[in-house]
Design a protein around this ligand. Structure first.
Ligand SMILES: [Fe+2]
Ligand SMILES: [Fe+2]
Length: 285
């Protein structure tokens, strides 16, 4: 099973740039084209929050239009730039979001890997939270099928990343979430957005990861600082390849057109030039 994870699209109304700089519509259209051009097509696509920049109806309608060419199911969870009511209003008809209730949590049961989408947002705040009602909901879901391989997706990382100014607005009450998740051997990975970079960490008896944004990236500065700035380095997304006997293998796709592919034309001085086991010769690494 192959899962594409796109995140932090920050879609604005048509023609408007995010932060006066980022053409988020064009960048998400490029991400969709990249997914459609993959040699192995993903079975599903996850969108892990900050789907829009301001949670406006017209932003979600444009988002729906941009995602429309994807032939596989797309599952969305909200981020701090989203609004539950407008997200529900535009995407509620797709059938996976709960039609009522306080949170946009849900499970996807029709894949071999079970998927649990978590709503980590705190309206009006940049940080997220897994408070007691959300932890209780998650525990009830995990106890339904405690042995089944499960992937959790949410916006705010509940683990540290070394990006101090972003970690100050990550998912709060994360110790309680870690204590819960560490009781289950079946959690393959917790995949997140919010930090606009590709990050992996061992955490809570599983693996935590953050996908890069399909739009702008947070400046990579691991020194403590409060200067939240972004760059237009090449955007990307994550591919999670899951196999029952292996687990999840994580790849980062860099979006864009680059020279190549080229064959490996080996120099006779290469130490394994005569290695007959590695054929064809031009593809030796
Ligand atoms: Fe974001
Ligand atoms: Fe965010």
């Amino acid at each position: 099973m192959l899962i594409a994870q796109i995140t932090d699209m920050h879609i604005r109304p048509a023609g408007k740039m995010a932060y006066k700089v980022v053409d988020t519509e064009a960048l998400l259209r490029a991400a969709v084209s990249s997914i459609l051009a993959l040699p192995k097509k993903p079975d599903i696509v996850l969108g892990t929050g900050d789907l829009t920049d301001c949670g406006l109806i017209e932003e979600y309608e444009l988002l729906r239009d941009i995602l429309q060419p994807l032939p596989m199911p797309v599952y969305l969870v909200p981020g701090n730039h989203d609004r539950r009511d407008t997200l529900r209003q535009v995407f509620g008809g797709e059938g996976y979001l709960p039609p009522d209730g306080d949170y946009l949590h849900y499970t996807i049961e029709d894949q071999r890997l079970r998927l649990i989408g978590l709503d980590s947002i705190v309206p009006g705040k940049g940080h997220g939270e897994m408070d007691a009602p959300r932890l209780a909901w998650l525990k009830a879901r995990l106890d339904e099928q405690p042995e089944r391989p499960t992937l959790i997706f949410m916006h705010h990382p509940p683990f540290p990343t070394g990006l101090q100014h972003m970690d100050s607005i990550n998912c709060r009450n994360s110790d309680a979430l870690a204590a819960l998740l560490s009781q289950y051997k079946s959690i393959e990975r917790v995949v997140c957005g919010h930090h606009h970079r590709s990050i992996n960490i061992r955490w809570a008896g599983t693996v935590g990861s953050v996908a890069p944004s399909v739009a702008h990236q947070i400046v990579l500065d691991l020194n403590p600082h409060d200067d939240a700035t972004f760059t237009m380095e090449p955007p990307g997304y994550h591919l999670h390849l899951w196999q029952p006997d292996i687990g999840i293998i994580n790849h980062t796709v860099v979006i864009g057109q680059y020279p190549g592919p080229y064959p490996f034309l080996l120099d006779p001085d290469y130490p394994a030039f005569a290695d007959k086991d590695a054929a064809p010769a031009t593809h030796k690494h």
